[in-house]
Design a protein around this ligand. Structure first.
Ligand code: RAT
Ligand code: ZN
Length: 412
């Protein structure tokens, strides 16, 4: 294969290989309105809220008190009309419209709304999955979410494209309140961890794992996360989550580096970042060799050390360019580094979509970067006389777009 043909072959295979998007905030359609979609949701995505507030001279209270359509209009005017939408999150909206076949540059928000209003949710989900070429969507499912919990408790017919992940942030980050809630749900736990507390937390995790068929258990953590430590989080991990993980052969996903509510007035848009301590992840892997860990980190400064940790522990699977890392320049840098350090045994990207339509842009933006980096690596190999076949390229891309993740989860 010539260098040019190699590049176009890799690009074409990356485009055509369906992806398992391992972490999003999208919901099975049975959750109704909780599955967000359409132009007003796209415009009020929290990534855009924080960008719009860099220009808007408006009290935060006024913004939050307004109806969503009004908020969307303010953001549209600020980020698309008064300025060109060059940021990654803004460009995302343009890509979504383009993928859907809408002339985005007519700059006509009411017309966009009319276009979206024609769709039935079920058809629109199919359309977005087809355009994004997504085969499975990992949800984020919290038993602590009062809107979500009753839907699971009542039961519903699952859409096989949407797979569950058990999200447990309050359990680790706010144990005293989580203990009260568990108690209220019939688990005999004490805030001081006495008695049957750990066994009961395990029972809670086991019940929810079964109820939602959780593919993995997950938490997002602040940069201060330490292990071992005398914190509630470290104790619950050691005495409940680890034994639970071994019992159910369930991986534990750590998303580390978020500093919540740095500017509370921005609500969901007010979280920031901090450099974390990768040795906590290494110590967890070393202390619990019978457990599996998934990990992504928010700070660019942590990415290299995290890759090295993955070289040391085959029980650690690195994934995604999370949130503030999910911009083209950084995706390229991190993906390149990962391939150079741990080859194809990682999952370079997840979308973190909160709005269904975003699947189309997040994957449209990430796929060419993954293809470019992979083609560069094949080209380097060609210099040494190693030429991958088309079948080998397909195999490799399948691994990167969810296959390696599935193999990792299935491993005993
Ligand atoms: O990326 C995001 O939308 C963040 O708000 C978070 O949800 C983050 O991805 C998380 O899962 O904690
Ligand atoms: Zn997320």
């Amino acid at each position: 294969m010539s260098a040019n043909i190699l590049r176009t072959t890799v690009a074409e295979i990356v485009e055509k290989t369906p992806v398992f998007d391992i972490h999003t905030h999208l919901y099975d359609p049975a959750f109704g309105d909780m599955l967000l979609w359409g132009i007003d949701e796209l415009l009020t995505y929290h990534y855009l809220v924080s960008e719009a507030f860099r220009w808007m001279d408006m009290p935060y209270e006024k913004f939050w008190a307004a109806p969503k359509q009004q908020q969307a209009e303010w953001i549209w005017n600020e980020l698309f009309i008064k300025h060109s939408p060059v940021s990654e999150a803004c460009r995302g909206v343009v890509t979504v419209l383009n993928k859907l076949g809408i002339a985005a540059d007519r700059r006509d928000l009411p017309a966009l709304r009319r276009w979206f209003a024609q769709w039935k949710p079920a058809d629109y989900i199919n359309r977005c999955c087809e355009l994004a070429n997504v085969r499975k969507i990992g949800m984020t499912n919290s038993p602590f979410d009062d809107a979500e919990r009753p839907v699971w408790e009542k039961g519903f017919k699952r859409d096989p494209r949407f797979v569950a992940a058990l999200r447990i942030d309050p359990l680790l980050m706010d144990w005293p309140n989580a203990a009260k809630r568990l108690h209220g749900w019939g688990y005999t736990v004490s805030a001081d961890f006495s008695g049957q507390t750990f066994a009961e937390v395990r029972r809670f995790l086991g019940d929810w794992t079964k109820k939602i068929d959780a593919h993995y258990c997950m938490v997002s953590l602040p940069p201060e996360f330490a292990f071992p430590a005398k914190t509630d989080a470290a104790q619950i991990i050691e005495h409940a989550i680890m034994p639970h993980g071994r019992e159910h052969n369930q991986a534990f996903a750590l998303m580390i580096g978020v500093r919540r509510a740095v500017n509370p007035q921005l609500q969901l848009a007010g979280d920031s970042i901090g450099t974390a301590d990768v040795t906590a992840v290494e110590r967890l892997c070393a202390a619990f060799p019978g457990n599996k860990f998934l990990c992504t980190m928010l700070a660019r400064e942590n990415q290299h050390a995290l890759c090295i940790a993955a070289r040391k522990f085959r029980t650690l699977h690195v994934f995604g360019c999370w949130w503030f890392m999910n911009v083209p320049s950084i995706i390229e840098e991190i993906t390149r580094m990962r391939l150079e350090l741990i080859g194809l045994s990682c999952t370079p990207q997840h979308s973190d979509c909160r709005v269904l339509d975003q699947l189309t842009y997040k994957w449209a933006h990430s796929r060419p970067i993954i293809a470019k980096v992979l083609a560069d690596k094949y080209e380097d190999l060609a210099v040494g006389g190693w030429h991958p076949t088309r079948e080998e390229i397909q195999r490799d891309v399948q691994h990167l777009l969810g296959g390696a993740f599935e193999e990792f989860l299935a491993r005993n």
